[in-house]
Design a binder for this molecule. Structure first.
Ligand code: XMP
Length: 180
């Protein structure tokens, strides 16, 4: 797997450190509202991130998963995003935190946010591990973001290319010849 990466962008220990900091930011922001929080990870990309993040949060919470499929070319994000599996939990009146791997063009999170807003949560915030600055429109912004990264196609720590590399523990840039 390592041979398929052009370079490591974010090493394992830096991810772990930042995830712990994000958890502190989230806990401080919610304060007493944290009790009863519902985290909504957007599958599959946020699998590993949410697993690490939730174990750093020191309060009771629920998880309600959502699956979105984005129709994009091999590494070109930003195709049509479509909900393929809806929530299994009632979020009306609850504080909800959407968790995703990356905010790129914002199309995916726009669809997710619209769907969840229609279910009348008490509040709706977005947490992403990665963000490509300047790409998402101003109406789709993250409340919590782990790292701002360059506009390169990245894999690892949950992020895939053709459903592979999710289990790579670091975040790296894929060798262009593998997808061009
Ligand atoms: P958008 O463009 O809708 O992208 O904000 C969100 C979804 O697209 C995938 N995505 C990526 N996956 N490396 C990946 O492995 C990337 O650089 C990348 N950019 C976008 C991802 O599933 C994300 O949730």
């Amino acid at each position: 797997m390592q041979a398929d990466l052009e370079r490591v962008l974010i090493p394992r220990d830096a991810i772990a450190r930042r995830v712990r900091e994000l958890a502190e930011e989230i806990a401080a922001t919610y304060g007493t509202d944290a009790a009863g929080l519902v985290m909504v990870p957007v599958l599959s990309g946020s699998l590993i991130f949410v697993a690490d993040l939730m174990r750093c949060l020191p309060f009771k919470m629920r998880i309600a998963v959502l699956t979105v499929s984005s129709y994009r070319g091999a590494t070109t994000s930003g195709g049509e995003a479509r909900l393929v599996a809806d929530l299994n939990t009632d979020i009306a009146g609850r504080h909800v935190l959407i968790v995703d791997d990356i905010l790129d063009t914002g199309r995916t999170l726009r669809v997710v946010r619209q769907r969840l807003a229609a279910l009348k949560p008490a509040s709706l915030r977005i947490c992403v591990l990665l963000r490509k600055p300047g790409k998402a429109p101003s109406d789709v912004q993250a409340d919590f973001a782990g790292f701002d990264i360059e506009d390169a196609f990245v894999v690892g720590y949950g992020l895939d290319y053709n459903d592979q590399y999710r289990n790579w523990p670091e975040i790296g840039v894929l060798r262009p010849e593998l997808y061009q």
